[in-house]
Design a protein around this ligand. Sequence first.
Ligand code: ZN
Length: 73
Amino acid sequence: MKADQLHDDKIEDIIQGVRDLRDADFHVCNHSEWQAKGEPDTTEDTTCSCNEFDAVIDQLEELKYNEKQKGKR
Ligand SMILES: [Zn+2]
């Protein structure tokens, strides 16, 4: 296996870890909760906090060699 591939696999592991955190029970997404309630009118904050996790995933994706290659095409 090439070193690039090992590097990408390691990043993929970290990405999976972040996804697991995003989907874990302790992460309550205000937006999902709001949708589950039938999207009622509310003054509560219904911002989707999954985005915060996804932003980290995007940054990690940028570190992947294969993604860089794709970007060049
Ligand atoms: Zn969300």
